[in-house]
Design a protein around this ligand. Structure first.
Ligand code: 13P
Length: 259
């Protein structure tokens, strides 16, 4: 499976910063070794920077993602952005169910599933995020919590394009904390996610990419990606700097980078 590396900028970067980042990243990409060119790299800017970032990426192998989407098709939903609008500006992926939205915006599994469905119906690939809290892990409930979240957050069976979705396992306790699940801890959860995807989606579930997210950085990415069921990473803080992010997606050493 082709490794997928996604930069989630969250609520960071104005237009000038986004533009500078893409310029720097494309230079790093061009200078990058085989590692860089065999991975699929996706950037998820905030809504305001989506369209110009998409334009800056045109003609490059880098792809565009939205950080969220409305659960509705269109209509009187003030402040929301539909999947059709995201398709219109060239988004290929959309994050749904990020823990910061599940907790901060009270998104239920049912809402996440509707959002994923809207993305599929408009030709975008959902990246469905799931993950347990520290409390869940400490009480031994990780598997149960993650699987319930996953099953209830998938778009309904029969949704066109459902087979192209991506799952991101992001333990809440590892997000933005500097704590990372060990490669073995992450692999253990990815393996149960894989089994669940096969149960829910049959053959397509065997091919679904499962990403890890939570304090990924250039130092730990290699050991994380060495695991069988980890096919990429979803990066927050370390994706904000083009050089640091370049080291993640290409495993680039500093001497490989343009000065
Ligand atoms: P950090 O890489 O900053 O821990 O964030 C992870 C994340 O939430 C990506 O979606």
């Amino acid at each position: 499976m082709r490794t997928l590396i996604v930069a989630n900028w969250k609520m960071n970067k104005n237009l000038a910063e986004a533009s500078q980042f893409i310029q720097d990243l494309l230079a790093i990409w061009k200078a990058g070794g085989p590692g860089a060119h065999s991975t699929e790299v996706v950037i998820a800017p905030p809504y305001t920077a989506l369209s110009p970032t998409g334009e800056a990426l045109t003609g490059s192998p880098l792809r565009l993602a939205a950080q969220d989407v409305s659960a509705h098709k269109e209509g009187a939903f003030t402040g929301e952005v539909s999947a059709g609008m995201l398709a219109d500006i060239g988004c290929e992926y959309g994050l749904v169910g990020h823990s910061e939205r599940r907790s901060g915006a009270f998104e239920s599994n049912a809402i996440v599933a509707q959002k994923a469905e809207q993305l599929c119906l408009n030709g975008l690939k959902p990246i469905v995020c799931v993950g347990e809290t520290l409390g869940d892990r400490e009480s031994g409930d990780t598997a149960e919590v993650v699987l319930e979240m996953l099953r209830s957050s998938l778009p309904p069976p029969g949704t066109p394009g459902r087979d192209k979705l991506v799952v991101a396992y992001e333990p809440v306790w590892a997000i933005g904390t500097g704590l990372t699940a060990s490669p073995e801890q992450a692999q253990a959860v990815h393996a149960i996610i894989r089994d669940c995807l096969e149960e829910e989606m049959g053959e397509a579930g065997k091919r679904t990419r499962i990403l890890y997210g939570g304090s990924v950085n250039p130092q730990n990415v290699k050991s994380i990606l060495s695991q069988n069921d980890i096919h990429g990473v979803l990066v927050g803080g370390a994706s904000l700097d083009a050089i640091e992010f370049g080291r993640i997606f290409g495993y680039l050493d500093s001497e490989d980078l343009p000065s």
